[in-house]
Structure formats: C-alpha cells, structure tokens
Design a protein. Structure first.
Length: 433
C-alpha cells in the first residue's frame, strides 16, 4: 500500500497497527476470521468503482457486462455449495439481509417468532432496541440452560398456535448448539408460517457439510453472512427454493414466488447499488469453500471448539450449555470466577486474547456489564491452530480469570500468546507501510 502510506500516513499507520494486533494476538471472537489474500485483492479491486443497480442482465446503468459475470458466478457458486435454487448475493451485511426478508413478507405489526437475545438470538431477531423489533411483533422463544440449551418444542408449538406467526425464525449469534430443523418445520407447517434460518455464524460449516443444512429439512429461506465461518468479505446472502420469474415485476405474495419477492425486497425495496467489490470477494470465498482444504478446515473448527470447551470446563469454567456442538461457547464468568463479562474481556485483552462480553440466558446484568464472555475457534483454526493448542489456550484463559490481580499470571499468559502466534504466523510478508 505504498500510495496510501505516502498520501495518508495516519490511516496507513492505523491499518498497520491493526495488522500487527491480529498477528500478535489470539483472535477468539467467534464471528471473526481471516480472509485469504485472494479475497483481500478482490475486495480492494476496481469493482468498487462501478454502479450496478438491478440484477444481472437487468441493470439500470450501462457498462455492466463484467459485473454481470462476477455476480452470476457468485450466485451459481452459492447455489451449488448450499444446495438451493436461488441466491441473492447483494445484501450489504447480516442485518440488512434479515430486514429484507421481513419486509418482503410482513406488514407492520405482523408476528415473527425468533430466539430471545439473551438466550443466543441476534438483535435482528426481535430485540426491542432494534428497528425491526419496533416494527414487527416478535414472539421470542427461550432455551433451557439447565438442560444443555434444549429448546422446548412442545411449548414452542403451543405459543405458535396461539400467536400465529407469519415467519418462524431459527438462528443465533451466541447459541453453542446445532438446531433440529425438523421440529421447527413441524411447528411452521402446523401454523402455515414461512420457515427461515439465519445461519450467519455457521454458514461456512454448513457449506462444508459438517453441520446440518436447513434446506435438507424443507426450509423456505436461509440467510447467512459471508464474513464469519465462510471466511469472506463482510456481506450477506439470502438463499431460497424456487426460481425467479421477473425480479422487476411485482408478483403475488405466495410461497411459489419467494425468490422474486426476496429479490424485489433487496432492490429496489431496501438497497440501491450493490457493492460489486464485495460480491467479487464473496465469489472468491465461495470458490474456496468448495475445496477439500476448506472441508478439512471446517472439521477442525469443530474439533478445536470441543477441545477448548473441555479444557475450560476442566479448569472450572461454567459454560452456559455445558459444552458446544459448533464453533463457539459462552462462559458464565460470574458463576465461574465471580467477575462480570466486561471485566473478563478486559483482562484477556491485556494478555493478547480477544473475546467479547456476552449476555447469558435471562442475564440479570445489563448488556455492557453482562455475566458472560463469548469465544470461538474459526479465526485461530484458519491460522493452523490444533486441538492441542486449544488445551493450552483454555488453561491460559482460566488462569488469568481465576487470578485477576496476579501480574505473574498475566506475564505467563503473554508468553504463551507470543509463543503460539509465532508458531502459527499470519499474513507472512504482508505489509501496509
């Protein structure tokens, strides 16, 4: 980045420092990852210069012959790896992708059933502080932490019959289990609701066939981000069954027209011109996701997560679901070590381990001083970390949080982090300055 460093050394310096922070620390926020250099190059390409409002072959601007190639490739790759009929790859990120689905089929005040935020759901799944939570009537279901996060589907069925939701949404941001999509489909069919799965966190694990695919269980719509376990740029995708008739002509609001309704909701309903550099980078990550190497990566993410969870629990950590079936876990720091999650996050930051504070189910504490922290294995697995490394990391985290006032514990942790990051280097040779 010689031009940037010469023209704007302040920004170049901040980027260089961020590169060093990523290299020298353990990135354990489960929604973060490291993209390949090919993805970085596509994201920083001249595709950022082009307006491409509309869809391939139906643009409102001229000069889109090459952006059409990019978007069509991205669509076909998404359809192949997720085994679906239709893919809209234009959503700018995770929140707008979900908003586009809601706005496609719902009117203000209509009912959606989604997971409670403190039990693992996302802000866009009906949190009262979100615009979607104010616009629609969200009925939120919960888990049973004392039963390893089990969802009571008998109760879910009862509430669904009573409230008649138009969409039944399963998906999470901090729920360390896989979903039984069959039970959700059974409830939705009983009340005539559309089935929607937000798999933003586990999209890459589904693409690699190491976690369940909602389409295999008859789901109508699946949304996923591209920047978490899929290891792509920041973006979103809306996947569905069915074929688009004419995305620029208003169809009847029926299940058969879901793809067309979704496309019209994204554009012109919610967004303007798509970010073609982002879509190009998504195409690259989807090509990577179809490789045997990515499948091996996804399997290792799960192996590493189980190893980390086991090590943490062996050292006194209370996990909210007593283990994990995916790439993440949530530690109840108050029950484990009598410290709040925000303090635990800061303590680990001090030794180079990046996590994020997190609510636990029905947390009595506020979001900025919650009881838990959330951590996961996707980014470290990308660097080549193994299950043996995770055992070391689990012991290190526990030692720091058990002894928050101990300088010796922090010093040992910094040494461990330094040794592990040197063992598994990141972006070797890459420089901003």
């Amino acid at each position: 980045m010689t031009h940037l460093s010469q023209y704007d050394p302040e920004i170049a310096g901040a980027i260089e420092n961020e590169l060093n922070r990523q290299r020298d620390g353990l990135e354990m926020i489960p929604s973060e990852n490291f993209v390949s250099r090919a993805v970085l190059e596509a994201l920083g390409s001249v595709m950022t210069n082009k307006y491409s409002e509309g869809f391939p072959g139906k643009r409102y601007y001229g000069g889109n012959q090459f952006t059409d190639v990019v978007e069509n490739l991205t669509i076909e790759r998404a359809k192949t790896i997720f085994r679906c009929d239709h893919a809209n790859v234009q959503p700018l990120s995770g929140s707008p992708m979900n908003q586009a689905v809601y706005l496609a089929f719902m009117k203000p005040g209509d009912t959606i059933m989604g997971m409670d935020l403190s039990h693992g759901g996302h802000l866009t799944h009906g949190s009262p502080v979100s615009h979607m939570g104010k616009l629609f009537n969200f009925i939120r279901y919960k888990t049973h932490p004392e039963e390893k996060g089990r969802i009571d589907f008998d109760e879910l069925m009862r509430v669904a019959k009573e409230t008649k939701p138009k969409i039944i949404l399963c998906g999470y941001t901090s729920y360390p289990r896989d979903y039984d999509y069959t039970d959700f489909k059974k409830v939705a069919d009983e009340v005539g609701a559309i089935t929607m799965a937000d798999v933003a966190h586990i999209g890459g694990l589904i693409a690699a066939n190491v976690m369940r695919n909602p389409f295999d269980y008859g789901f109508d719509i699946v949304t996923t981000t591209t920047h978490k376990t899929l290891r792509g740029p920041r973006g979103g995708m809306i996947l569905s069954r069915g074929v688009v008739s004419n995305p620029l002509k208003a169809p009847e609001n029926t299940r058969e027209n879901i793809p067309t309704i979704l496309d019209r909701s994204v554009f012109p309903g919610l967004q303007g011109g798509p970010h073609m550099n982002q879509i190009a980078a998504t195409a690259v990550c989807l090509k990577e996701a179809a490789t045997p190497e990515f499948h091996a990566y996804a399997k290792q993410v799960l192996v590493n997560a189980k190893s980390l969870a086991t090590a943490l629990m062996a050292d006194g950590a209370k996990l909210v679901t007593d283990g994990t079936d995916n790439h993440m876990m949530v530690i109840d720091c108050v029950k484990s070590w009598r410290i709040p999650g925000n303090e635990a996050e800061k303590l680990l930051d001090q030794v180079g381990i990046t996590t994020n504070k997190s609510l636990i189910p029905d947390d009595p504490n506020p979001p900025f001083k919650p009881s838990g922290i959330r951590l996961g294995t996707p980014a470290l697995t990308t660097r080549g970390f193994t299950e043996d490394d995770m055992k070391i990391i689990g012991r290190t985290i526990a030692e720091v949080l058990k002894n928050p006032q101990s300088d010796d514990a922090k010093s040992r942790a910094r040494t461990t982090v330094r040794d592990l990051t040197q063992k598994h280097p990141l972006y070797s040779g890459l420089s901003v300055l």
